[in-house]
Design a protein around this ligand. Structure first.
Ligand SMILES: Nc1ncnc2c1ncn2[C@@H]1O[C@H](COP(=O)(O)OP(=O)(O)OP(=O)(O)O)[C@@H](O)[C@H]1O
Ligand SMILES: [Mg+2]
Ligand SMILES: [Zn+2]
Length: 456
């Protein structure tokens, strides 16, 4: 950055909103108390320089004139990660991996390094851990090829030098919040540092065709700049999430310039690192109780992939004036709405009842297609009658108590069949679109009354 006038600016540490004065609430993201003062050197405005090769004019291009070099994607060795990336790593791309502390970001990327190092040069740069710490983790994970180089460094200038000298094909930066550039005055992890260092990594990635994975921490306190500031700058944003208490982890695409963002990858944290969960439904349904009321299996789509999970509901008479309602793993407002629909359209007096709804296994499901599952679980618990264990259901529920169509019905039915379910309850309107129903009984329902009539 050119030397220029020093000015003080305030940055929202959550979204990067820039302001000349301090504010209590950020107009950008509505968070409170996130503004922090940072000294920034503003570039003095200058004339645009001539193009690099001197006399030639700046040129624009037509799409038809651009040569396509074949953009070979490289596999990370993890099918689950490749899927989230849209089919593998694109050379020269910048990928941000965000997630809560301790969720397993470093573990995942070190495992990716191990797989990639089998056939290419990989450089893992850590600003958080010493070489010994990395070695300890590596020993848990397994055998590493010598194509993997480790480097403990936080200075952007030195990182640039090493990358330029070594010319690896893949670089991992763990984490962006520890990297600092001497040209920016503020502390590592502040918004201006994070923006500056990511900008320079972007230049390396695009200029040298190196794929760079950046680890970013997410903190609530706003002490460290959230990776949300970076989301605009990078090509792909992945979030690694999961329940602290459960061993499985979900890798979710939030932004992807080279593929769909609806895909998820499921992993399990084990002693020897992360292993892929190829069949998440089976994993989620582990430990489902038998013959218990208030439990039903529902189906949600994550991208192109159906996932079955158990919905549990507990409805009991409320001892207080205001009934208690909680929802774990799904939207509470949706649960309240569905209870109102059940009361009005199916005549169930739920207004005096406490209700607890839980998606077992700790996964979050927000797709409307699980409405029917929630309704069934609530009704089953209210009547204290168990639902057929062989049944799975899906369908959106409208305010008139109608069961509405959902997308990709066939995929859901196929998944249910694959896992050995015998009955599938789905919206009547979706039944006609089914092409393969061999081996599974199909129940089309038009209203929630018809649906809960199946609980006998
Ligand atoms: N010996 C072990 N056996 C099983 N799991 C372990 C073992 N050691 C560590 N773990 C798991 O690995 C997790 C730490 O993973 P990792 O260091 O990759 O997370 P991270 O997201 O990089 O964390 P940070 O935000 O601190 O960088 C721990 O939370 C723990 O669940
Ligand atoms: Mg880490
Ligand atoms: Zn903000």
């Amino acid at each position: 950055m050119a030397k220029g006038k020093k000015v003080t600016v305030y940055f929202c540490q959550s979204c990067g909103y820039e302001s000349s004065k301090w504010m209590g609430q950020c107009p950008g993201c509505r968070e409170w108390n996130t503004f922090v003062e940072e000294a920034v050197e503003k570039k003095t405005a200058g004339k645009i320089k001539a193009s690099p090769d001197g006399n030639q004019e700046w040129k624009t291009s037509k799409i038809s004139e651009i040569d396509m070099q074949s953009q070979e994607r490289m596999s990370t060795g993890f099918g689950e990660l490749d899927r989230v990336l849209g089919g593998g790593i694109v050379p020269g791309s910048l990928v941000l991996v965000g997630g809560d502390p301790g969720i397993g970001k470093s573990t995942l990327l070190l495992q990716v390094c191990r797989n990639l190092a089998e056939c290419m040069e990989v450089l893992y740069i850590s600003g958080e851990e010493s070489l010994q710490q990395i070695k300890m983790r590596a020993q848990r994970i397994g055998h590493f090829s010598d194509n993997l180089q480790l480097f403990c460094e936080t200075s952007m200038e030195r990182i640039e030098q090493v990358v330029e000298r070594q010319k690896p094909q893949v670089v991992i930066i763990d984490s962006i919040q520890t990297v600092y550039s001497e040209e920016v005055n503020s502390a590592p992890g502040s918004v201006s540092q994070v923006k500056e260092t990511t900008g320079r990594l972007l230049q390396i990635a695009k200029g040298m065709g190196i794929t760079i994975f950046i680890v970013g921490h997410v903190t609530k306190e706003g002490v460290v700049a959230g990776p949300r500031v970076l989301e605009h700058m990078v090509d792909t944003v992945l979030y690694f999430e999961g329940d602290r208490h459960a061993s499985y982890r979900v890798l979710r695409g939030v932004k992807n310039r080279f593929g769909s963002t609806n895909e998820i990858g499921v992993f399990e944290m084990r002693e020897e690192g992360l292993t892929e969960v190829k069949n998440p439904s089976e994993f989620m349904l582990n430990g489902k109780p038998e013959g218990a009321s208030g439990s039903v299996v529902a189906c949600t789509m994550e991208g192109t992939r159906p996932i079955l999970a158990e919905i549990q509901a507990l409805v009991c008479h409320s001892n207080f004036g205001i009934p208690r309602r909680t929802a774990v793993g799904t939207d509470l407002n949706r649960v309240n709405l569905l209870m109102a629909v059940l009361e009005k359209r199916a005549g169930m007096t739920l207004s005096a009842c406490d209700a607890y709804v839980n998606i077992a296994g700790g996964i979050r499901m927000n797709e409307p297609a699980i409405d029917l599952g929630i309704v069934m679980a609530l009704a089953s618990s209210f009547r204290d009658k168990a639902i057929n264990e062989q049944l799975i259901c899906f369908g959106e529920v409208g305010l008139s108590g109608e069961v509405r169509a959902v997308s990709m019905a066939q995929q859901r039915v196929t998944e249910a069949k694959k896992l050995g379910f015998g009955v599938c309850m789905l919206p009547k309107v979706s039944v006609v679109g089914l092409t393969d129903t061999k081996g599974i009984e199909i129940i089309g329902v038009g209203t929630i009354r018809e649906a809960i009539g199946q609980i006998r």
